[in-house]
Each structure stands twice: as C-alpha cells, then as structure tokens.
Design a protein around this ligand. Structure first.
Ligand SMILES: [Zn+2]
Length: 124
C-alpha cells in the first residue's frame, strides 16, 4: 500500500461533475485556505473535502474500519493522526467563517443521496 496522500482522486473528479450538473459554481484548490480543501464554493462560503474512507478512518463504513493485516499499530496511528488533523483543520475553517462539507469515498456509490447531501449543504 502506498503512503502517498491521494490528490485529484476519482472522488474529487466525480464530485466536480455532480456539482457542475447541479449548477454550482466552484473554484479549484487554493493553497491559501487552511487544509487545502479539494473544492471551494466562494458564493456559499463553503469548502469541500473528499476523504478516502481508509485514510481518514470513516466511522460509518467497512472500509474505514478495515486495517491491513500487517503493522496494525502503524496504520491505526497513521489514521488517527489523519483524523486529528482533519478535525483541527475543520475547526479552524469554521472559525474563519467557512462551512465545511466532507464527502466520503463510499458516498459516491450513491449519486442520488450524494446530490441530495450537496444540495442540502449548499443551499441552507
Ligand atoms: Zn466510508
């Protein structure tokens, strides 16, 4: 398993096409924003992160709970650190007035539900 942090992943590409179809205007990555969110919607003052279920330890799905058989401690530690960083980033962004939406890898399997989630998050 590679240690490289995934960027520009399938989730992100897919998410962009859904947002586009739903008529949302969005910008690409902006290094000035904390945590480098994957998608930025300035009009909605919203940032979106796409998270791989394994790497970010998604609580609600199987993939997020699965660990490789070897080096379990290493992976637990790594994923825990990712999660801690995620929540720190999220807190800081909220403090700066951003709304933060997290889209999980497993959520793209259900486009209807995902579109609904996006619409709910972005129109409120
Ligand atoms: Zn998941």
């Amino acid at each position: 398993m590679k240690k490289i942090k995934q960027r520009g992943t399938d989730i992100e590409i897919y998410l962009r096409s859904i947002l586009h179809k739903s008529g949302f205007r969005f910008g690409s990555k902006n290094d000035k924003i904390i945590g480098k969110p994957d998608i930025i919607l300035p009009k909605h003052k919203t940032v979106i992160f796409t998270h791989g279920c394994f790497w970010h330890g998604h609580k609600s799905c199987r993939k997020g709970k699965t660990r490789p058989v070897k080096n379990v401690e290493f992976w637990n530690d790594k994923i825990l650190r990712n999660k801690k960083r995620d929540s720190l980033v999220k807190r800081q962004l909220k403090r700066d007035g951003w709304k933060v939406v997290t889209i999980w890898e497993c959520e793209i399997k259900n486009p209807l539900k995902l579109t609904k989630k996006l619409n709910n998050s972005l129109t409120k």
